[in-house]
Design a protein around this ligand. Structure first.
Ligand SMILES: O=C(O)[C@H](O)[C@@H](O)[C@H](O)[C@H](O)COP(=O)(O)O
Length: 258
């Protein structure tokens, strides 16, 4: 049984659009505040409908340029292990929704290896891809402050599935039993595509702020179970916890059973 984080806040919105818009505005605020405090900012992006919708909200925001995007480090919490540029890739969807419109420093954008990358860069084998990304995180941890080889990300974003998965960590899966902070290969994922690369929950917990962004009645039961003390093995949502803040941005349907 995992204890609900004492630093968890829940904000409920009327609908999915309002949730995505608020999440986008909050992300702008958080990244600008991190830069004011530390000169740089880091964000871990995710995939899924609302994970991408909130990036579109950032792109459309009149406050977008309050962030010095050239000093933002971009990571992914999980990725589908498919060829680069495949529309199924979370980074491809993020680039189309927001990143390609921003003056980012390409050297600070860290996509997870694609299935067709060169072998030594993680292509062809998701376990090698996971190891390559773990090295990427370890190098970043020396720049961005962190321990166990994982940066103290300023904001880590996560969506969730109807059974409570977050990132590509599913209930009672090898990934959810990975007890250390790291990056793992995910095979036979219940949500297609079947092969993925994902941060473990302990790695996600290195983030200063962890935000769950979710909408729709289909998420309500898992969110309620996580909110009422379910274990992270049974409901991985329950394992989302930031070192400073845990924020759930939900629409009314997703929050209905809390
Ligand atoms: O690669 C992925 O698919 C995501 O990382 C996944 O964790 C997603 O965030 C949830 O499944 C929610 O997706 P929806 O918002 O589309 O329901």
């Amino acid at each position: 049984m995992s204890l609900p984080p004492s630093n968890r806040e829940v904000v409920v919105h009327p609908d999915e659009d309002a949730t995505a818009t608020d999440a986008g505005e909050r992300l702008i605020t958080a990244l600008a505040a991190a830069q004011a405090a530390r000169g740089t900012a880091s964000v871990v992006l995710t995939g899924g409908g609302i994970g991408i919708a909130m990036l579109r909200a950032v792109a459309a925001s009149g406050r977008r340029d309050s962030v010095d995007w050239g000093a933002v480090e971009v990571f992914w919490g999980d990725e589908r292990f498919v060829p680069a540029g495949d529309a199924e890739r979370n980074d491809a969807q993020a680039r189309e929704a927001l990143l390609d419109a921003l003056p980012l420093d390409a050297g600070r954008v860290h996509p997870m290896p694609a299935a067709d990358a060169p072998e030594e860069a993680g292509g062809g084998d998701p376990d090698v891809a996971a190891d390559v990304y773990a090295k990427t995180l370890s190098a970043a941890a020396s720049r961005l402050v962190g321990d166990e080889g994982v940066p103290a990300f300023d904001v880590l974003l996560a969506g969730c599935g109807p059974e409570g998965h977050v990132l590509s960590v599913f209930p009672d899966s090898p990934a959810v039993h990975a007890g250390s902070a790291g990056v793992v290969a995910v095979r036979d994922c219940p949500k297609p595509p079947p092969t993925r690369v994902s941060l473990t929950l302990p790695a996600a917990r290195h983030a200063r702020e962890v935000w769950l962004v979710a909408a729709g009645a289909g998420k309500a039961e898992a969110i309620a179970r996580a909110g009422h003390g379910a274990s992270e093995v049974d409901v991985p949502i329950a394992g989302l916890r930031g070192t400073e803040r845990t924020l759930w941005l939900l629409d009314a349907e997703a929050a209905a059973q809390l």
